[in-house]
Structure formats: C-alpha cells, structure tokens
Design a protein around this ligand. Structure first.
Ligand code: AHR
Length: 854
C-alpha cells in the first residue's frame, strides 16, 4: 500500500478519521502519531509522538511502547507491522496490525485510554498459505459495525479481503472486497522515525497529559527498578548505622496459611530427566528425536548417547516390532565375533557411580536369531572395568532382564557397556541403570541428594509438572498425565518444550509419591485447553485451543485425574492407581487449571468449561486459576476478571522482576481486594543469585506474611537446573551429576519454610530519625507466633550499614538466631546458627537476613 508523506497524510487522516466528531473537533485537541518502527525489529510495539499543529512532532518517550504484539514465539515473532489505530464509536481505541508476512491472521488490541489494554485478539483471516497485510477498520454507520479489510499478497498478486465486526472480538466470514473500500490513513513521518509507519489520530489535551504522566511514571519506576547494590555507595553515601523498631501497627493479626511456602517443579534445565529422576543412562528408550530440538542438532536422534566399542559389533535403530506402540524405537545389536565389542551408553556428562553402592541394571531384550549371553559392565575413563554382571537374551519375545552392578571404585564419569559374548543378534530397549539408593528407597525413584535438598525446604505443597511444560509448545505438546503413568515401557515420551526429551519416567504417579514422601500437598497443573502463547511448533503461538469437539474428552481426562488421585479402588482410575502400587488415595485437594496463559476469548471459553466441570463433579477440589505471566497488564486484569466472575477460589500469579522491583513493591498485596479469590504466587524470582537478590526476596516474603490473608501459597521458580544445561537463570538449586549447589535464594526459602508462623502479628518496622524512604524500603520485618507456641521474628537489612532493631515486648528470652549475611554480591553463603539470649534489641549486620525463634 502506498504510504503518504505527512502533510497530505495528516489532512487525509483527519478528514477520513473514523473518530466521532466530539474528539475530532475538540478545540483543545492535539495530534497523536501512533506508530511502530523497524529499528527495534518491530518488537517494540506501538510508540507515540504528539504535535499541536501537525508540523512539529514531539517524541518525548520514543523508547517506551503503549502495547506490544504478543503474537507468536519469543525471538523471531511478536512483531507489529504497520499499526492502524482508530477510536471507535464507543470511545474505545482499537489498534490493528499485521503479525508477519506469512500468516493469515491479524492482531487487534483494544484500550479505553491507550494505556490499559485488553487481551489481544488474533482473528483467522484466510487459509493456510495466505497472509494478511495492513489490516484496517472503517466504521459503517448503516450497519453500526466496522468493515475490517486487509491485503493478501500471493505470488505477486494482491487481493483485498474484508469482514465485519461490531466488537473486535467476533468477526463475520471474510470475502473479497474492492480496493477502494480502503482509506489511506497510514502515514510515515520521517521526523519521528525514518523507519516507522502508523496512523495519526486526535486526542484531547487531558488525554495527552495522561499519556505523558503515565510515560513519566514508567520512566521513573524503570530507573528505580534498575537500582542494585552497585548504586549503594551513591544512594547511601554517609549513612550512619540506622536505629529502628518493630512497632505495633493498627492492623489486625492475620492467620498465615500452612501452605505459604511450597515448591514449583518443572522439567526445565534437566530438572527431571538428567536431574531429580535418578535414571543414570541417557536416551534409554531410543526415542530421542531431532524434532525435540526442532532439527537444530541432527545427531540428536534415536541413537544419541549410544555408540559401539570395537569392530565386532554394530547397531541400528529399528521400529518394526516395538515393546509398545508408545515407545516405537529400539536398538538391534549385531555381533560378528566373540571378542569384546560393546554397545555403550555415556550417560549425561558420564555416569556417576559410587564404590560399593548397588545399581539396578535392566533392559528389555529379545534374541531373534537364538540365545545370546551378554555381559554388562561399568568402565571408567581408561576402560578399566569397575562393575560387571551377566544377563541372557534368549527369548524371541521382549523380556525384561535385570542384574545388579556394584562398582569397586567411585567414578564421576563411567560408561555402561553391553557386551555380546558370542556372534549373534540381540534387540534392546528401555535400557536402564538406577541407583538402589533413592529418596525414600523408591524403585524408579528420585536422586537422593537432590530430593533431600528439596525436602530440607520443608515445602508444604508441590506444583508440577510445570510451568510451560504443562501447556506445551503447540497443541500436540500439551502434557497428558495419562501418558505418564503405568509400566515405563508403555509410557509415551514427548518432546520437552525446553528443547530436549521427556522420558516420562518421572510421571504423575511418581509426583504424587514424591508429595507423599515430602508430606506436601500435590498441586498438579493442567493446561486450560490452550498451548503456550509463545508456541512455535506447528503454528505461531496463538494456535487456538483444543478444538471444541475434542473438549469433552479433554475435560474427561482432567476428571479422570482426580479419580486417579482420590477414587476408591472400585473406580476405573482408582483401580489403575492401585495397579501402579498405591491402593490408598493420594488425597488430592488442589488442581491448577492453566499456566500464565494469554487470557484470550479462546482461553476463557475453555477455562470456563473445565472449571465448571471440575466444580460440578468435585466441589471439594480447590481449583487454582491463572492471571497471566505478569503482575499487571491485560492478562492479569482479564485473568482476575474471569476468576471473579466464576468465583475461582485461588489465582496463580507469576512475575520475574529485578530485585529493586521486589524492594519497592513490598506493599504489593496491602491494597488487594479481600473479597475476591486468594493468591497463589506460583512463580517469582528476582533475576539473580546474589545475596542482594535473596534479601530482596526475603523482604518481599515479609510483606507476603503481612498479607497472608490474601496470599495463601508461594513458590520460587524455577527450582532445579543442571549446570551447563540451563534453559533459564536464575534457579533455586543448581546441580551436576555428583554435586548439589543450593543458592543463597535457597537459604531464604529454607529459612521461611522452616520458620512459618501460624499468625502474623501486627508489628511493622519504624525508623528512628531517618526519613529517607530508600532507607525504609531496605529494612523489613515480620513477627509471628507458630503453632508450637514459639515466637518468630524475621528481619531483613539490605543496607550497607548495621541496623539496631528494637523488638516488641514479649520477644525477649533464649532464642535460636539464624543469620544469612555477607557481601551483596555473594553467591555462596550458608546461614550461621547460634543460641542467644535476646533482650530488647538486636543488631542486624549489613546485607543480612536474620530469623529469631524464641
Ligand atoms: O519458570 C520458568 C518458566 O517461566 C515457566 O515454565 C513458565 O511458566 C514461566 O514463563
């Protein structure tokens, strides 16, 4: 489409403006240019500049955007092509834009003030292979609706297509329209940005002032949230030790939920396969697939991590007669001599084994051409055998064979060799090496050192299996709990959204058992019938939801999960649970529906169906809804609106922010509406693993204890990450094959988890003679009583100077004092614990978190 130069364009824009006269003619109005540009690769969204005369433009905040495109995957997508903005008859602003050049979809965002936006809408605007360029909308007074038109360009030919809408949510079927139904409001104003295009509208001066005020506030808080301890020498130059006290406030005591501190578990950064799940071999099922990594690494295939030693053996991947259709690939190993050739598995960064410990080897084997004895051995780097056993492949059908390996040396990076002892052919699948020493001694269990570290947090609930793993990358990748239970060889492995392979060896049954072993409530999260909004697999993020005709079956699966967890052994799924070794119910109380989804119409429709079905069949289950990925904005508002309309009892909020955000938003929940659902802060972290981050989180948790009547549950995220294989940073606990490295953030979680009060007491920090709000923001505290009668004070000092803190009456006597203190940049610290007699006041070290338990 031809872009006009500004002078003519503004005239055209104003003349053809679809805005009602009241705005177009307002005497105190100004022009506003709403544009997107290419310098930020179209990721920057809708920017704005204003002009009193249409000649000279003022770009006060060119780096800020009013709204960004949320269409498609992170990175390559989420672009805004030539936005077209109009003010509708109802006074609402609507922006239409193209999302890319190869998808038959456009985007619409609606706002009442150009600041607060409703969730975006992505109407289907053609068929696969078509595209949707320069969408625009013109009001038709006759039908009191808008004609939305766009160009579709295929093989050099341009056609114009259009449809009608009255609300920018529901659109009629599209049809070809004449080109002259389109106006020419799109303009390019080089003075504002040489690469931009957009539209010019009119706004009143009051509206301009609102935009300016909002932009100034954003600029101010952005700068505030960039503060770190590196600014402290400037911010607190000359600051003397501070005197403070825990002063009685006019609030009421608050009952603290006994579920306040829990954990978020997701198989991200190898948290499950290669992490908590104790399997030591890699690709035991021969199901790695190049698509796990979207083809980026062709060698990531069914034979990954497997190789042969010696020229007398070769192996190939087959799929002719698998053990189970869910697990279609297996290895065929051919040996031509009785020499020492072997099929070798290298584990993940090698196989760590300990001298004298027992390891269960097992494999499904088949000998299609007759009996073939096999040796199974662990070897160290030099090839020396450190453990050995024998198994037989004799059956023509798949048969599970087992042996125990007991290494005579500890080795961090052993390899497993399967050695045919004669010429012949053997087929193998589900080749496994499992330490006998697992958490709570469970077979197919969890890595003990990692699980012990998690257990030490004393988590009161476990959210699983994610995160984004739950809703998946595209419809085909939504996590299905039914594929993760029962015999390992019949489970259905799947591509992990984080770019690897999920064996599903750690599946729903194991998650429930883990909760039982921890004494924590299970909180499974099920996709709300929509995949991740950032999906890129098989579409562009907004791929729609589960088709309506499939929703009944989808909902039935969710109801079946509750039956699996809680049903008697007479029920279909209760029986299945018993068959899997757990006749007693798991006593499920919570069920999460949705993971920080884009709260679109598609989401709302499906969430509502699922919520109503669960409530009807299982009214005692507490459903946890979702309010998008941020602490504010369109998904957050819409998520809470839906929750309020449906009466959802708990809503899952997520936010990852800078430490200063947590410091300056300590009162985030103080003003929450106490009449709506409770909050589950399901994912949060302050973007770092330095003590400064951990203290910011500790201070925030003090604010959460104060608001425990609103916030019922919290979980830091993500929890686990294998060093060298991280998809996400920061995490709470890092690990290697042999070591566990808890972070300073972990120690804060652990101190809260192990020092939960049951009643928050109304005392708040007051400073003596220091009115600097930045100083006040860095000192936080929380006092409570616990069910066992003890009194607990948590005190956080994020200042470079000591704080002398006077404690309330009743907080004197013998106490256990635990302190986490150090340089704000420290990453490796452990708390110190001492017994002390407290009388009246305590001194808080610079950059410290102190828990006093009396
Ligand atoms: O915690 C890591 C990821 O962050 C989760 O998978 C997702 O829910 C969020 O975006």
């Amino acid at each position: 489409m031809k872009k006009l130069h500004f002078k003519a364009a503004v005239l055209a824009a104003v003349l053809s403006s679809v805005a009602p006269a009241v705005w177009a003619e307002a005497p105190d109005s100004v022009y506003v240019y709403l544009y997107a540009n290419t310098v930020d690769h179209r990721h920057g969204g809708l920017h704005w500049a204003w002009s009193a005369d249409g000649e000279r433009w003022v770009s006060e905040f060119p780096d800020q955007s009013l709204v960004k495109s949320d269409f498609g995957a992170w990175g390559s997508q989420k672009m805004m092509y030539s936005p077209y903005t109009l003010r509708g008859e109802d006074g609402l602003w609507h922006v239409l834009w193209g999302v890319n050049e190869n998808t038959p979809t456009f985007a619409v965002a609606t706002s009442r003030n150009l600041i607060d936006w409703e969730p975006q809408v992505y109407p289907q605007a053609g068929v696969s292979g078509e595209n949707c360029i320069d969408p625009q909308a013109v009001y038709d007074a006759g039908t009191r609706s808008y004609l939305v038109t766009w160009e579709t360009v295929a093989e050099g030919d341009t056609a114009y297509v259009g449809c009608m809408t009255s609300d920018f949510h529901n659109f009629s079927a599209w049809r070809t329209v004449p080109g002259n139904t389109r106006d020419n409001r799109r303009v390019h104003i080089p003075q504002v940005s040489p690469t931009a295009s957009g539209t010019v509208c009119r706004i009143s001066r009051d509206e301009l002032r609102l935009l300016q005020a909002n932009a100034r506030a954003t600029a101010y808080t952005d700068a505030l949230y960039r503060e770190t301890y590196r600014d402290d020498s400037r911010l607190f130059a000359g600051l003397k030790p501070v005197k403070a006290r825990m002063q009685a406030s006019d609030r009421k005591p608050v009952a603290i939920s006994d579920k306040l501190i829990g954990i978020f578990f997701e198989d991200i950064s190898r948290a499950a396969d290669g992490g908590l799940y104790a399997e030591l071999l890699q690709n035991r099922d021969f199901e790695y697939n190049p698509h796990d990594l979207k083809g980026r690494k062709p060698e990531w295939n069914a034979s990954y991590a497997w190789s042969t030693d010696g020229s007398s053996v070769s192996f190939a991947i087959d799929s002719v007669a698998p053990i189970h259709p869910n697990n279609p690939h297996y290895a065929t190993l051919t040996s031509t001599a009785s020499s020492d050739g072997a099929l070798v598995n290298s584990g993940l960064d090698g196989i760590p084994v300990s001298k004298g410990a027992r390891y269960d080897f097992s494999a499904f084997v088949r000998a299609p051409k007759g009996k073939l004895p096999l040796k199974v051995e662990l070897v160290d780097k030099s090839g020396s055998v450190i453990a050995s056993a024998k198994i037989n492949a004799s059956a023509k059908n798949w048969k599970k064979q087992s042996a125990v390996l007991t290494p005579d040396a500890s080795v961090a990076d052993a390899r497993l060799r399967i050695v045919p002892t004669a010429p012949g052919v053997v087929q193998l699948d589900m080749v496994s090496l499992f330490p006998r020493d697992t958490f709570h001694g469970r077979r197919n269990g969890l890595r003990r050192d990692l699980a012990d570290t998690i257990a030490a947090l004393n988590p009161r609930f476990v959210r699983f299996p994610g995160g984004c793993v739950t809703h998946g990358d595209g419809l085909g990748n939504i996590y299905n709990w039914k594929n993760t239970i029962g015999p390992l060889e019949a489970r259905k492995p799947m591509r992990n959204i984080w770019g690897y392979h999920q064996s599903m060896g750690l599946g729903y049954h194991e998650y429930f058992e883990f909760c039982e072993d921890l004494g924590a409530e299970p909180l499974p999260v099920i996709a709300a019938g929509v995949p991740c909004q950032n999906s890129s697999d098989g579409g562009h993020g907004q791929q729609g939801g589960v088709p309506m005709e499939d929703m009944p079956a989808y909902i039935q699966d969710i109801l079946d999960l509750v039956e699996y967890a809680n049903g008697s052994t007479d029920t279909r799924w209760g029986k299945e649970r018993a068959r899997n070794g757990h006749p007693a119910p798991f006593n499920l109380k919570y069920l999460g529906i949705g993971n920080e989804d884009l709260i679109s119409d598609i989401f709302e429709e499906r969430f509502t169906m699922i919520y109503n079905a669960v409530k009807e069949k299982y009214p005692d289950i507490t459903v946890v809804g979702t309010a998008g990925p941020f602490h504010s904005g369109s998904d957050y508002d819409a998520g809470w609106r839906i929750a309020a309309e449906l009466g959802v009892p708990v809503v899952d909020e997520h936010y990852y922010e800078a430490p200063a955000w947590f410091i300056y938003n300590n009162s985030y929940y103080d003003g929450y509406d106490r009449n709506r659902g409770k909050v589950y802060l399901g994912e949060y972290a302050s973007r770092g693993n330095e003590l400064f981050n951990a203290l910011a989180e500790a201070a925030y948790l003090c604010g959460i204890e104060r608001n425990a009547d609103v916030v019922e549950m919290t979980s830091y995220a993500p929890m686990l990450a294998r060093e060298g294989k991280t998809n996400w940073n920061p995490d709470l606990i890092y690990f290697t094959g042999t070591e566990v490295h808890p972070t300073v953030n972990y120690h804060v979680q652990k101190l809260f988890g192990n020092n939960m009060g049951s009643t928050w007491l109304p005392f708040e920090v007051a400073l003596e003679g220091n009115a600097n709000p930045k100083v006040a923001a860095r000192i936080k505290g929380s006092a409570s009583t616990a069910a066992d009668g003890s009194r607990i004070v948590k005190l956080v000092n994020i200042l470079p100077v000591e704080v002398s803190m006077e404690l309330p009456d009743g907080f004197s006597g013998d106490a256990t004092v635990t302190t986490l203190a150090g340089e704000p940049s420290a990453r490796q610290l452990s708390p110190t614990v001492s017994r002390k007699t407290i009388s009246g006041a305590v001194t808080l070290a610079p950059y410290s978190f102190t828990v006093i338990r009396l």
